[in-house]
Design a protein around this ligand. Structure first.
Ligand SMILES: *Cc1c(COP(=O)(O)O)cnc(C)c1O
Length: 484
């Protein structure tokens, strides 16, 4: 399988190169050239374990690697790190199904892909005979940094450096980072806000000359190596529905996805392209509803006020991965034009008569914080099922856009205990104490099981205590890159 730039069909490369580069030389995102080469046999897939499904799909997309190499990557990524019987258990809640993607080390769905990507990078380097050490550098407001630190922890040939704003993350997120084990993990707070940390990282990528034998890289969500591992759980959900007798093989299923950067939902689109029977893919947004407006009107407009919501991992105005869908639907040339317009004017518009090419498959809706909390409370009262704020956005939207003919699967992207304060408020409980106390209060109130990694987190030892000024980020990177 070859990969081409979403902005230019002639810029092509191999799968291992696409993984190592992350972004195409013209600024586009890599797309697989031929989905038919990755077609799976549905009858066979539904008889597989989730690890086997992941290996099957990854090996069809990343053909530089043998099936056995991929199998080893999947097993070392998931065995022992995901605390569920299966990668992503499917729960029946009322007449809907909730796909729990949060049983990994940091209790959010980014673990699924960030457990695999580091191992793909190491394997790709080996393929290409690259011996340099890969130094992954990331600035985080919480979720991505902790998932990346855990994903890269002790992966040979890599180091991971995470910068987070000193007062910009939740206490749980901070602890997940500072307690992350691994000889190759370096975590430091930066005296400033998220933008300071982010600009510092951008500057280092642009200017910093790395020590010999090391090379900088990023783990951001546009890497094709982060997208493809997410396809698997759409199939495990389908398998589980068939096995439970809820659907017949080849029946279509709707998926409702809480969306930020459009990576998770795009993986569902890729799943359909390789043979999954999908009805609608429903894109659910919070009050930062750029995508809802886009699918309704064709106009993508990022020039608006950024809102901080109770589903912070979806507080995004530029959904990078949408570019891949635009390119697949309208072609690379048109996509290149739209992206140029977006960059120059902050918006672009798909003509109304061309929009059905997208809305045949995608629907979109949004809800505000109040509706999000109401949904958590209602679902808990009616079904005794507890969900987090991101999942609740999807649940709320699924009720507005429910189709009657297909079964609905809601993707649940975080443990409710990661957002205990909001969830307690949703249940009508006064919010007091620190976040770790709130976890206990929420447990006493609901009796929902606390994920192992959160239960004892407050007692975990701080392994990283670095605190630096924003001016010192580059020195920090250089010294950690040189450390043996
Ligand atoms: C990152 C994230 C999302 C958004 O996923 P995208 O792939 O960026 O659309 C939703 N929920 C949670 C909890 C997340 O961490």
């Amino acid at each position: 399988m070859f990969y081409y730039s979403s902005r230019n069909k002639n810029i092509k490369t191999s799968s291992s190169d696409a993984i190592l580069r992350g972004i195409a030389p013209d600024g586009g995102l890599y797309l697989p050239e031929n989905f038919d080469e990755a077609k799976v046999c549905l009858e066979k897939i539904i008889e597989m374990t989730s690890n086997e499904i992941s290996a099957e799909i990854l090996s069809k997309f990343f053909t530089d690697f043998s099936y056995d190499e991929i199998k080893d990557i999947v097993n070392s990524a998931y065995n022992g790190t995901f605390k569920a019987q299966d990668l992503a258990p499917l729960s029946k809640v009322g007449d809907k199904f909730v796909l729990e993607l949060y049983h990994g080390p940091t209790c959010a769905f980014k673990d699924v892909a960030l457990s695999v990507l580091p191992r793909l990078i190491t394997a790709a380097k080996k393929k290409k005979g690259i011996t340099e050490e890969t130094v992954i550098l990331t600035a985080t407001s919480g979720d991505t940094g902790s998932a990346a630190a855990h994903g890269f922890s002790d992966v040979p040939g890599t180091k991971i450096i995470v910068f987070y704003p000193a007062h910009g993350t939740s206490a749980v997120q901070e602890k997940q980072m500072t307690a992350c084990p691994g000889k190759n993990v370096f975590v430091s707070s930066v005296d400033g806000n998220f933008d300071d940390a982010q600009s510092g990282v951008k500057k280092i990528f642009a200017e910093c000359k790395m020590p010999e034998g090391t090379a900088l890289s990023s783990a951001n969500s546009i890497n094709i190596g982060r997208l493809v591992p997410q396809i698997a759980y759409y199939f495990t959900a389908y398998r589980d529905l068939v096995k439970a007798g809820e659907i017949k093989l080849y029946d279509k299923v709707d998926f409702v996805v809480p969306t930020g950067n459009f990576g998770d939902i795009l993986a569902g689109y890729f799943a359909e392209k390789i043979g999954l029977p999908v009805g609608k893919l429903v894109c659910a947004s919070n009050e930062n509803k750029v995508l809802t407006e886009f699918f309704e009107t064709g106009r993508y407009n990022k020039l608006r006020k950024f809102k901080i919501t109770r589903s912070p991992s979806m507080d995004i105005l530029i959904s990078s991965n949408l570019e891949r869908l635009i390119s697949l639907t309208y072609g690379t040339d048109k996509n290149a034009e739209y992206m140029k317009t977006l960059f120059e004017k902050g918006e672009y518009t798909i003509p109304e008569n061309e929009l059905s090419a997208l809305t045949d498959k995608f629907a979109a809706g949004c809800c505000n914080d109040e509706q999000t909390l109401d949904t958590i409370g209602k679902v808990f009262r009616e079904h005794n099922y507890l969900m987090d704020t991101h999942t609740a956005v999807a649940w709320n939207v699924s009720e507005k856009l429910a189709s009657t003919e297909n079964k609905t699967v809601i993707l649940s992207t975080a443990s409710p205990y990661k957002f205990s304060g909001s969830v307690l408020k949703a249940l009508g409980k006064a919010v007091s104490g620190n976040e770790f106390e709130m976890i206990k209060t929420l447990h006493e109130l609901t009796e929902a099981p606390i994920p192992e990694s959160l239960a004892d987190l407050d007692k975990a030892e701080n392994l990283h205590n670095d605190k630096i000024a924003k001016e010192d980020m580059q020195d920090y990177v250089l010294s950690r890159a040189e450390a043996k």
